[in-house]
Write a protein that binds this ligand. Sequence first.
Ligand code: SF4
Length: 302
Amino acid sequence: MEKERYNHLNTYLKNKFGKRTLKICVDANFTCPNRDGTKGYDGCIFCSNKGSGEHLKKLSIEEQIKNHLDSYRGKRAESFIVYFQNFTNTYDSISNLKEKYLSAFVDERIVGISIATRPDCINEEIAKLLYEISQKHYVCVELGLQTANEEIGKLINRCYSCFDFINAVKLLNKYNIDVIAHIMVGLPNETFEDIQNTVKFINLHNIQGIKIHSTYVVSDTKLCDMYNLNTYVPISLDYYLDALVYIITHINNNIVIHRISGDAPKDILVAPNWNTHKKLVLNGLDKRLKEENLYQGIYFNK
Ligand code: SF4
């Protein structure tokens, strides 16, 4: 079999847990400081009120996981990581966080938790809690960065800085918690050089994984208003593939690539249309890497 040209998440998880391991997304009913008024009310300009994830009605965390395990999806793997996806999943009291995280371990098939959050919502107490849980189970944190360009960070209204990101990574490193950085390609005003700088920035830190998303427009967002006014034009599939090839070939080859496409909910996607065809991205990237005989980290400069 041909060697994988980048570190695929499925392979990494299979090696780590010794069996096929998939994720179960849960909505733990958190909010976000960029939505409740603490940092802002409007949220990031691309974020719908679904909070970067599909809302799973008002079921408890255990019910959501059990429903998943009891469905055909539960047969697709032998072990699972519960992914706390919607909004900011470290934004609550320590006691509530602990209760919610621990409630994910419904049976021995749940081998870990993955927690999506903002860098300004990680502190020492939270890192200690995660460390405590990591003594028994796998724990990782998915941190939003999107871009290393502070001006674009302001434009997208993320309401945290790259320094917040650096501090959160340091804290999580201190407690030996894996960090997965989220980056986006195709943000307003972003140049290819900005993408290159974001890759350099990621390479400067002790990060174990990245998720790469293409920017898409969904209804009822500020980005959608910009799109309708023609002040934001989504990137093409070709441009996204160029960016992906750059990122994969320049990123540290120890990093696991968790995702290379953003899946917009089809019912609220406005543009670009190619975003609905995940295979175009996956196959397009494979083809380019193969044609040019490229691998992850081939141009990574220590
Ligand atoms: S930090 Fe996340 S949940 Fe909060 S507004 Fe931004 S994208 Fe949405």
